[in-house]
Design a protein around this ligand. Sequence first.
Ligand SMILES: Nc1nc2c(c(=O)[nH]1)N[C@H]1C(S)=C(S)[C@@H](COP(=O)(O)O)O[C@H]1N2
Ligand SMILES: [Mo]
Length: 201
Amino acid sequence: MPASKDKTATHEEFDGERLPPGQRQTQQFPVLSKSGTPGWDMESWRFTVTGAVEDELDLSWQEFCDLPSETQKQDFHCVTGWSRFDNEFTGVTFPTIAEEADVEDEAVHVLFGSLDGYTTNLPLEECMREEVLFVRELDGQPLPSEHGGPLRVVTPHKYAYKGAKWVTSVEFLTEPKRGYWEKRGYSNTANPWQEERYSSW
Ligand SMILES: Nc1nc2c(c(=O)[nH]1)N[C@H]1C(S)=C(S)[C@@H](COP(=O)(O)O)O[C@H]1N2
Ligand SMILES: [Mo]
């Protein structure tokens, strides 16, 4: 297996400590899901990329697994106050997906969709980072279903609600849209080093 890329210095970019303010470190990996763990099957699972792209994608599980992947060591910060360090995540980077779909210049925003009906959003430039990863393995094993298996997004530069578990769709947008928690009071920007936990409206 190729060496994992160490992305645990992401905090330096935000002039912050490795443990963001108001967080405590845990060795556990708590599960936070709005409505339980949805089922899936390998035969019918699809991953779609739509919207402001030249080449829409509609991939089977096998086709997704054939995309170039890498392993990264990342920290994970939950808005409810816990952080888990040194997670070994294997998957496909967001820029790889953006390149596969040939994103149009008009695209400025991204909406992720999931099997449980969850959505979350980010500006395109906040997605075009290597460490925004579509993860299918944790510690070299298939990602546990309660943590979003078969496929989830991780966003180590943001609180973890910006990473959709059970992700199956990515929509490139020409204007911003809010996702599930962003409509319900969590911060739209979600920077852990600025403690952007809640929205002011
Ligand atoms: N599809 C989906 N993704 C989701 C959620 C969810 O309920 N559904 N919860 C979010 C929240 S609030 C957090 S903190 C993380 C939790 O990930 P974990 O359960 O692996 O710790 O997933 C995020 N992604
Ligand atoms: Mo959360």
